[in-house]
Design a protein around this ligand. Structure first.
Ligand SMILES: [Ca+2]
Ligand SMILES: [Ca+2]
Ligand SMILES: [Ca+2]
Length: 335
């Protein structure tokens, strides 16, 4: 479909990226949506999704002359203003996964970039060795993986670790255009060793960076986009991660799934946990959003009202973690 230019670029990228990758596992799509017996759940979820869609994260602008952006986004934590910083509250001994998606975006977001000849995309994402390890690298189920031949692998040397990905950037129909953003890679990270009681109260800061990882005497792959024979470093939005180590007894009110932030997933977790039995309420004490000592549908309603309808904010501890000031029979961090 791309004719001769596409063929030589595909050949070139195959040789150049030197992708000695093992088979990358294909992730199953998590769309187990059953017909709901709970119209309220569906209605509240829709309200939440619409509100979330209307409130995108506000990233600092990239230079106007840069048509593409590489960005990293994480799930399961509290994002600071700017959208590229993450705070994760962990209990000692907890080894939660950090799931990160790497994107190619146009700049500014609604801009259409015209590609008159196939280009190349190379991406290298480094992490702090000794603190994090990659548990899973998924390229094939990403939007890029569904459209192109995408190669990639994890990299680990004595000094550094991360992953690389690359593919020919050929869009159809011709002239090739691209608007918006496209997921390139998903990586799941885990702590190399869990934090212990001696780490209580500490903040451990690290980052995921678009950075070449020298390997075997070679300089490593840079992160770049080449279009029409012009190669450029995209605007890079890297991810700052802070692990805050809290005691088991510390919680954030309304954080039902115990992921360190309060968002639409928390009341949805409460409703699904109470009525469908297919979601795990990891911290019943936190899920008790109105702090009346009972966990029921009124807690989900309270959270939705706070998040989307201007209702009162959850009682303490909120938004910073702390102990429940009104002891009750509810527990936290349940297995
Ligand atoms: Ca949460
Ligand atoms: Ca309650
Ligand atoms: Ca309480």
């Amino acid at each position: 479909m791309q004719g001769r230019p596409g063929a030589w670029i595909i050949h070139g990228v195959q040789r150049w990226v030197s992708l000695r990758c093992p088979a990358v596992p294909r992730k199953e799509t998590m769309t187990n949506v059953r017909s709901s017996r709970w119209p309220l759940l569906a209605a509240l979820t829709l309200v939440g999704l619409r509100a979330a869609a209307a409130d995108p994260p506000s990233d600092p602008p990239c230079p106007a002359e840069t048509p593409f952006v590489f960005s990293l986004e994480a799930a399961g934590g509290a994002s600071a203003p700017g959208g590229n910083a993450l705070e994760l509250y962990l209990a000692p001994g907890e080894t939660r996964r950090l799931e990160v998606t790497a994107y190619l975006e146009t700049n500014p977001p609604g801009q259409t970039v015209t590609v008159d000849l196939c280009g190349l995309l190379g991406m290298s994402v480094a992490h702090e060795k000794g603190l994090l390890g990659i548990e899973e690298l998924d390229l094939t189920s990403t939007e890029a993986g569904q459209r192109f031949f995408v190669g990639g692998r994890t990299v680990e040397t004595e000094a550094a670790a991360g992953f690389v990905a690359g593919f020919p950037l050929c869009f159809v129909p011709s002239p090739h255009t691209f608007t918006g953003r496209m997921s390139i890679a998903r990586a799941a990270y885990a702590l190399e060793s869990p934090f212990g009681p001696e780490d209580l109260g500490k903040d451990i800061e690290t980052s995921l960076r678009f950075e070449a990882i020298p390997e075997g005497g070679r300089p490593g792959l840079e992160s770049y986009v080449t279009v029409g024979g012009q190669s450029a470093t995209p605007c890079l939005r890297e991810l700052e991660v802070t692990f805050r180590v809290r005691a088991d007894s510390e919680l954030i009110r309304a954080d039902a799934n115990f992921d360190g932030k309060v968002d639409v997933s928390d009341p949805v977790t409460v409703l699904r946990g109470l009525f469908h039995g297919d979601a795990r309420i990891r911290c019943s004490d936190a899920a008790d959003s109105n702090d009346d000592g009972k966990l029921d549908i009124s807690d989900a309603v309270y959270s939705f009202a706070y998040l989307f309808l201007g209702g009162p904010e959850p009682p303490a501890p909120f938004p910073r973690p702390g102990p429940d000031p009104t002891p009750d029979g509810l527990r936290c961090n349940e297995p």
